[in-house]
Design a protein around this ligand. Structure first.
Ligand SMILES: CC(C)(COP(=O)(O)OP(=O)(O)OC[C@H]1O[C@@H](n2cnc3c(N)ncnc32)[C@H](O)[C@@H]1OP(=O)(O)O)[C@@H](O)C(=O)NCCC(=O)NCCS
Length: 424
């Protein structure tokens, strides 16, 4: 498997309800792809397909990929939207790899966007039925009679939930359960979160993180430029983190706002090409996709443990072991989730019983994991994070002269994603 990754970039990732609250996921996606095209200097006519991810879909523009593509690429470039929860941009990248390796495309734009500031607010089932009945009513009187049945409680808006459809459990509750079942303590979780902020701050200050960011002017006046992620807290401390109240189990819990990823807005974009086309166009690849894997487990079990299953599979497919990996970018949904997955890789029992392996995978060197922080500090626009992880990993492999990197993402539905990348 050898698809070249030519370039990657993203918008700043900002906490929902702040700078991007007047923008949509489509606006953010357009910005990221426009910047990608400018940075890579590829003639737009060379792009064969765009694959773009999002999680909370806009019912008025359900194919976000097409809306982003129409504004940034020639109008004859086919576009498809993909959705695999928090691994949606990873899915877009993998689909791009499949298109290239099956010979259906030579150049693909992939990535994803999310604007949780602008989620579609739904109406109750009863109000929905009333509105449909009213729209079918033939006379004004009949229409008014359908509304007469409406009760005040029917008017309460329904927001999309960050919860499992099958079990009703929220991601935070699942992280809480994982912390308890795996014995991941509060201090350990807060320490991970602190590291995420300090490393992300260092990466912002020395320009490594900001180099990947396409600043943008924001409405209403377009006089404010947003240049960097706004969730990073350089002033946080173990003391401040340990003082926060648990959110998902107020009495006995350990998962807090401090050791969770925040609700975030942002977009990412990555340019993929066949090595032959990259060469023809004189483009120097940042790296190559060596292998990837997707897994799924019962959401009622350890919901966010997907990477523990997906990473070994991706490594096997790449013909590598954990010891060969120079850098890891692990999506941090919650500290408890990252630490649970690391614990599983280092567990003889888990690797034997769950993965059927003779030996454990081993715990990667902590100094090689999320070296510029992770989603807890940087933020997590669901559909976009995979693009950030991929771009950051390849850029950092170059800086550190490493060869192989591993991306992992846990996703709703009990799914896990892992991709092995190789420096170009
Ligand atoms: C956990 C969650 C509910 C917190 O939401 P919130 O209450 O709006 O979070 P806030 O940012 O307002 O933080 C709450 C408080 O903690 C404080 N805080 C948060 N992080 C902190 C840190 N690192 N250091 C110090 N204080 C911190 C805030 O300042 C705030 O304090 P205040 O109430 O005095 O203003 C929300 O971020 C969430 O749902 N996250 C999970 C998202 C999810 O499930 N994603 C899917 C994963 S794949």
């Amino acid at each position: 498997m050898k698809t070249a990754i030519i370039a990657g970039c993203r918008t700043p990732f900002v906490r929902s309800g702040t700078h991007f609250s007047r923008l949509t996921a489509i606006d953010l996606g357009r910005h990221a792809v426009t910047e990608l095209m400018a940075r890579s200097e590829i003639p737009p006519g060379e792009v064969d397909q765009i694959v773009y991810g999002t999680v909370v879909h806009d019912p008025q523009a359900p194919n976000i990929a097409r809306e982003v593509g129409l504004a940034t690429l020639p109008k004859d470039v086919p576009a498809v939207t993909v959705s695999r929860a928090c691994a949606s941009a990873n899915q877009a990248i993998s689909d791009g790899v499949n298109l290239i390796e099956s010979g259906q495309a030579d150049v693909v734009v992939a990535g994803g966007a999310e604007c949780l500031s602008r989620i579609p607010i739904l109406v109750s089932d009863r109000l929905s039925r009333t509105l449909v009945a009213a729209s079918r009513a033939k006379t004004l009187g009949a229409r008014l009679r359908t509304f007469a049945r409406t009760r005040p409680r029917d008017l309460v808006p329904v927001a999309p939930a960050i919860a499992e459809y099958s079990t009703g459990e929220s991601m935070g509750e699942a992280a809480e359960r994982m912390a308890k079942e795996n014995g991941i303590g509060r201090e350990e979780q807060d320490r991970w979160a602190l590291g995420s902020h300090l490393k992300a701050h260092a990466g912002t200050e020395d320009g490594r993180l900001t180099a990947e960011i396409a600043p943008l002017y924001v409405p209403p006046k377009y006089t404010t430029t947003v240049e960097k992620d706004n969730g990073i807290r350089p002033d946080t401390s173990m003391e401040a983190l340990s003082g926060l109240r648990p959110v998902f189990d107020r009495k006995f819990g350990s998962v807090t706002a401090g050791n969770s990823s925040p609700l975030t807005d942002g977009a990412s974009a990555v340019l993929l090409a066949s090595p032959e086309r990259a060469k023809d166009l004189g483009m120097e690849p940042l790296g190559y996709v060596r292998a990837y894997a997707l897994t799924a487990l019962d959401p009622a079990a350890q919901l966010l443990q997907g990477p523990a299953y997906a990473a070994p599979l991706a490594l096997d497919r790449a013909g590598l072991t954990m010891a060969d990996i120079d850098l890891l970018e692990m999506h941090e949904a919650f500290s408890a989730q990252v630490l649970s997955n690391l614990q599983a890789w280092d567990s003889d029992r888990f690797c034997r019983e769950e993965l059927g392996r003779a030996r454990k995978l081993g715990h990667p060197d902590p100094d090689r994991i999320n070296v510029m922080g992770g989603s807890i500090a940087i933020g997590h626009p669901f559909g976009a994070t995979g693009g950030r992880l991929t771009t950051t990993l390849l850029n950092e492999l170059h800086r550190r002269d490493g060869q192989f990197g591993l991306v992992t993402v846990c996703a709703a539905g009990g799914m896990g994603f892992a991709m092995v990348l190789e420096r170009g």
